[in-house]
Design a protein around this ligand. Sequence first.
Ligand code: PMT
Length: 400
Amino acid sequence: MAKDKKKVLKNNNILLGVTGGVAAYKSVDLIRRLKDEGASVTVIMTDASKNFITPLSLEIASGNKVYSSLFEDPMSHIALSRNADLMVIAPATANIIGKFANGIADDLLSTCILSFKGKVVIAPAMNWRMYENPIFQENLKRLISHGVIQVGPDKGSLACGEEGIGRMADISEVIEAIKSALSNKDLSKKKVIITAGPTREYLDPVRFISNRSSGKMGYAVARACLRRGADVILISGPSSLQSPQGLKSFVKVETAQEMRDAVFKYLPEADAVIMAAAPADFSPGKKEKTKMDKSEKLLVKFKNTPDILSGIGRLKRRPFLIGFAAETGDRLDKARKKLIQKNADMIVFNNVSSAGSGFDVDTNKITLIERDRETPFPLMSKDEAAEVLLEVIAKYLRKR
Ligand code: PMT
């Protein structure tokens, strides 16, 4: 399968409105990241935005003509919106939000917004006093009630030197909102438990054994499920990653036993369990109550941790069950054995000793192992890997 085929935004035309705020400079990065995701981007600038960034920068970034005049090409306000799959306004000033909420169309961007029939994502950015203004808030509410998707703003230090709410959302959050708006909601009403990250098995209050899992794979699976409308319960070992946007249930655990307890707590309501975590297989038989002295002779006897996947596999009635297999080498045979022994429905094999694959990297090379087939994929981003995995899982869940 060609790598590009799984880029979430492949073949999507995005119309980006850039308005006059300090955050306008971020649109170069936004455009670059949207293009990396496979989208084509056309930019409409308001006159005010040109005080913050030049049309040439955005033309170079997008590789497309940048529009701003309503009259240069009299039909552009219809043609641009007709050809777009989604509109995003980032940054969105109080002015454009006010015009949008009140149906005012007095320049190319506001006219295109009115003539556009698809989904619109807005990323407000302004001073906190403007953001909290009740008239502005009414405008925002009105847009949301009409299905406009709001992302951000965040709290933090603002361009004016004050602290407060009003910073434009992170570009990755804006991209996630765009991907979600363009995704098929085929997992709506489905509950999915996802495990991610490592576990820590303590020797004493300050020392533990763990592994190199960062949580990136599991969090990517969680984002892919959320985009498809699933109700996601993310159970995560220690990770520095931000909890995905839109997640209602986020359970932080440390040990394999805690991960097991959390999974089994939510199990009765789940339609699927996807175990991307790397729980430790062993833990010290005993955790010392105080810090061990280095002069002590260290002899640690390990015991096995609960095998969560097998525990679910043994249940009479259980959700659709997907495990991962982290193998060093092309040991598909070992991964298939896990599918059978742990009674899973699918195993996602990754060779963690292959370059760019497995632990603590942004990419992965996976093979989906089902009872009757094996489907290998090339090296791709973990987001793309999650997408191909979800494509298959969604087919099973639709039948259940
Ligand atoms: O987090 P990243 O840095 O992005 O790395 C991703 C990853 C390499 C951790 C991920 O892609 C992966 O392979 N996860 C599974 C790691 C693992 O524990 O593999 P395993 O072959 O040892 O275990 C097989 C399955 O049993 C896994 O689904 C695992 O979650 C589960 N398991 C393991 C031990 C245990 N005590 N209970 C379990 O349920």
